[in-house]
Design a protein around this ligand. Sequence first.
Ligand SMILES: Cc1ncc(COP(=O)(O)O)c(C=O)c1O
Length: 425
Amino acid sequence: MNRKQQIIQSAIEANIINNDLTAIGIMDLDSLKKTILAVQQAFPQNFFHTFAVKANALLSVLASIKDNGMGAEVASPGELLIALEAGFNTEHIIFDSPAKTISDLRQCLAKDISINIDNIQELERLDKLMLEYPQTKSVIGFRVNPQIGSGVISSTSTATATSKFGYALADNNNRQTLIDIYKARPWLTSIHTHTGSQGCELTLMAKGVSALTELAEEINDNIAGQQVVRLDIGGGLPVNFASEEVNPTFTEYAELLNEHAPILFTNKYQVKTEFGRAIVAKNGVIVTRVEYTKTAGDRHIAITHAGAQILTRTAFLPKAWPLRITGFTPLGKEKTAQVAEPVMTDVAGPCCFAGDLVCVNQLLPKLAIDDYVMVHDTGGYYFSNHFDYNSLPRVGVFAVSGENQNLNIKCIRKADSIEDVLSKM
Ligand SMILES: Cc1ncc(COP(=O)(O)O)c(C=O)c1O
């Protein structure tokens, strides 16, 4: 029995999926630890890896990520609050956001939280605030957009010519302007880029990082001494959603970066990464129950409780975010072609709109009422997203750890029952 089969069996034996709790997310904290070890081993000691909290903002998951030696990249005050509550040291947190308010900036400077400045107007705010906090230990850098192009998913591509993120490096005289900005401000000691996320080829990401290292070198060449000491190269390592295989690996990315931007590996700079999806996606699954089945046209349809509310990207942009599905019997046996005849199937969610589908017209062993459906690779940006708690009355989240027959599953986010929700009204 493989680990995912063990996990679903344990969940069934513990009666976790019941009438109040009809879809759950499960994070495998042991395999998460292995992923973190893989990123740490792929890069040398001058790298420090932060986790992009937006990818999974669950306290217990973040606490585990922190315990395994990562820092936190946050993009909103809410994420910052959760990261602090999870126990990250302020010196290991970096605040990115294109919309930081004056009080966001003030709080970061007061608490020594690092900041990546997004634009010139934000810089002007910081110029004033630095007079108030001259002693801050916040490491401050500028986010640049190298404008090198888009990956295949436009909504996750951040280095396009017109991206809303960062300072557009190739426009007009911006490169020289940025060099002058650094020259005039000795407190600017870092520089940041994030080329994009899922859908960006590794070579595109490496090109973006290479543009960053060239710029850092040019800035330092224009200033006596080495003013820029930190390079923040963002996250974005894509995840393979088509099979269990981890592809690309952190090691492959490290090798490519070594080709395109070898200075990263020389100890001249402290290098920060901000991986999100590649840390968590493959370490989480959604399990839901088939509430009903029916046939419409020639299509077998299985109606479950996991749809647009927790599989939002897939429901709204199915071509960009396809997910793998495995069926299980009510006793937790995997539904292979030997167990049930494969038929063309739509797996649907519970929401009242026709696009609420997890997969469309896929050949799957025939799902039946009370079966379970596992949606793979959903540990990032799915059930863990920080939607309003009360809008998810039926989705609890569990963490699993341990080996073989001794799996331990515990609740890390309680789901309200319908009674709980109504009693609050
Ligand atoms: C600035 C920044 N860093 C890191 C990430 C994490 O990206 P990924 O989850 O693709 O690794 C994002 C994603 O939006 C981001 O905007």
